[in-house]
Design a protein. Structure first.
Length: 445
């Protein structure tokens, strides 16, 4: 990329400087020609102003204008400077009466002459020559810089040198500018699946390179979290499934090895263990889908869901649903089935640990819908309030009350809440456990 940018800068500078060189060549040539013609015109008018007789004396040349001739209407040289004496007229050109001063350049094998052809005024011709027309030629040999291509060679060499300098400067500047990108490339090349902890260096400022580095580091952090989550998940899954699978194998092997074992009972026990494996697998797949797929975009009436799900819990300790003032008709944006899954999990969890009842309340707080599921059980120690949301983590009390549970219900509930841009935590309460679900309101979009 550095070579490409430097080459592009060189081509661009070559085109621009070439155009500037052409313009400079034209301007310099025009300026030199203008200066020469100004000198020849001044010399001609000065000589005409000094004439007092019909046959004036040769002019005294004090500048580069050394070719001066006075020519009559017959083409005869009446008077001439020392350099032009004995030469034929410098030109056969005769200025028009309406334009008595003309600048010309005429070339011959001997070289090119730049001159001014000037006709005296009619009054001067009448006084000096009785009205006969005369022309004064004042000129000089064309300057060498105009007669050769030396100017173009100098300008061309300057353009090439400036273009080469621009390429060098562009090479250095692009190298300095792309140095952060090269550092990012080298660091990214060191990142592997087994080590995602590396981060690329972030340049100071807020330019494109700095924003690219920050975005890449955020992406690497997300990738690292996803890979670590996958590893932990796989480890926990293998651990949780190994025990029931080992139990199935043991039961079937005992039925084959020992005749006193009832094979039908062994098969029934194995089927029960297989059902537990199936339940774990189904919940794992649901957790993976919630984490991988975006939630839906339905407008869900959360007040109606809370009332409906609370009324549906007919078995076990009673569940009371309550919608606080200002929360009627509260709607959130998401997937109705997944939000119902969260409410069902929280209510079922509360029923397992409650002594006399579970209270589910819905409130509207700071642009969020807040669902609180409170039971009157023993509660959750503050040190365990985050652990209960980890997959397959089950506290001793939960294992005692529901030995067949998988430990994935709360993990799935939190994953669904986070997928809906919300949160699920264990809040403070005077008695029992208070699970607080927060979801952004659909009106706040």
């Amino acid at each position: 990329m550095q070579a490409t940018l430097a080459l592009a800068a060189g081509v661009f500078s070559l085109v621009v400087l070439s155009a500037i060189g052409v313009l400079a060549d034209v301007a310099i040539r025009a300026a030199i020609e203008r200066g020469v013609f100004e000198e020849t015109e001044r010399a001609a008018t000065d000589w005409i102003g000094s004439m007092t007789t019909r046959r004036p004396s040769p002019p005294v040349t004090a500048s580069d204008v050394d070719l001066m001739q006075l020519v009559d209407s017959s083409g005869n040289v009446v008077s001439a400077s020392r350099a032009a004496a004995g030469r034929p007229p410098l030109s056969a050109f005769w200025p028009r009466s309406e334009d008595r001063i003309e600048h010309r350049t005429e070339c011959s094998p001997a070289g090119c002459v730049m001159f001014t052809a000037t006709r005296p005024s009619p009054q001067e011709e009448q006084v000096l020559w009785g009205g006969e027309s005369h022309v004064v030629y004042a000129g000089r040999m064309q300057p060498e810089i105009l007669a050769t291509h030396r100017l173009e060679l100098f300008l061309g060499a300057g353009v090439l040198a400036a273009s080469a300098l621009m390429v060098g400067v562009a090479w250095v500047l692009t190298g300095l500018a792309l140095r952060p990108v090269e550092a990012m490339r080298r660091r990214l090349a060191e990142v592997t699946v087994t080590d995602l902890s590396l981060r690329i260096p972030e340049p100071h400022g807020s330019d494109e390179f700095a924003r690219l580095a920050r975005t890449a580091n955020v992406t690497l952090a997300r990738l690292q979290a996803a890979v670590e989550q996958q590893r932990n998940f796989c480890s926990m899954v293998s651990h949780e499934l190994r025990t029931p699978l080992t139990g199935i194998r043991t039961q079937l092997e005992e039925a084959l090895l020992y005749r006193e074992v009832d094979p039908h009972q062994a098969i029934r026990d194995a089927l029960g263990t297989a059902d537990r494996c199936q339940s774990i697998i189904d919940e794992m797949l649901m957790l993976a889908r919630v984490r991988a797929a975006p939630h839906g975009a339905e407008r869900v009436d959360l007040a109606e869901l809370v009332r409906g799900e609370a009324a549906a819990r007919r078995s076990g300790v009673p569940v009371r649903g309550r919608v606080e003032e200002g929360a009627e008709g509260v709607r959130v944006r998401g997937n109705t089935v997944q939000i119902c899954e969260v409410l069902v999990n929280l209510m079922a969890n509360g029923q397992r640990h409650a002594r006399s009842g579970v209270e589910v309340s819905l409130a509207r707080v700071d642009g969020q819908a807040v669902v609180t599921v409170l039971d009157d059980g023993d509660g959750i120690a503050e040190a365990d309030r985050e652990r209960v949301f980890q997959p397959f983590v089950r506290l001793a009390e939960a294992h005692r009350r529901d030995p067949k549970g998988s430990g994935l219900g709360l993990a799935i509930s939190r994953a669904i809440a986070e997928a809906h841009q919300g949160s699920l935590k264990v809040g403070d309460s005077e008695a029992g456990a208070a699970f607080v679900l927060r979801l952004p309101l659909a009106d706040a979009d």
